[in-house]
Design a binder for this molecule. Sequence first.
Ligand code: PPS
Length: 201
Amino acid sequence: SLRRASNVHWQALEVSKEARAGIKRQKPAVLWFTGLSGAGKSTIANLVEKKLLSLGYHTTLLDGDNVRHGLNKDLGFSDADRVENIRRVAEVSKLMTEAGLITLVSFISPFRAERQMARELLGAGEFVEIHVATPLAVAEARDVKGLYKKARAGEIPNFTGIDSPYEAPEHPEIVVAASGETPEAEAERIFKWLFDNGYLP
Ligand code: PPS
């Protein structure tokens, strides 16, 4: 990568992300949802986005299933591909925050090191890690997409929580879905946290 970038210089830009965001209500930030397949990441992220948008905050949402149909369709579920998946998503979410948006990111993102990389890339105060902490037994019992059943039958190798690891966050800003509350109540709690912590001017 040093070789590829060796004659590429950093271009200073005239307009800051604060200036871009300034024509709207928001302060740019990434809301990074992490958790097992079927934990409810997308459901809760969608509810939070709807609420923010209804209040006039300009948002966007990157979702694993969708991004893997486009930008990341060359990637599978080996450890190396998941690392690359999350690296690209972190870079894209940085571009989105530079455009001034509140960016919701919903990926399993199973590895601590890549989430830490994203945190450092986004910078202090702009990365809000939200652990959707639905236990494996609950996600597996729901099995909305039937994937756990297939994984247990050996039809999906490297399935998170079965034969591929999930490293839970140690110090997430917010933990949801560990106590069986409704997605609506959890979304409301996230909104309140953002409000109380100065993310929603
Ligand atoms: S990761 O680990 O962050 O790169 O995964 P992500 O991009 O979020 O993609 C997860 C969705 O892909 C489906 N799927 C799998 N998940 C886990 N392990 C394996 N092997 C796998 N194969 C396919 C699954 O539907 C995940 O969707 P969610 O929404 O998380 O349930």
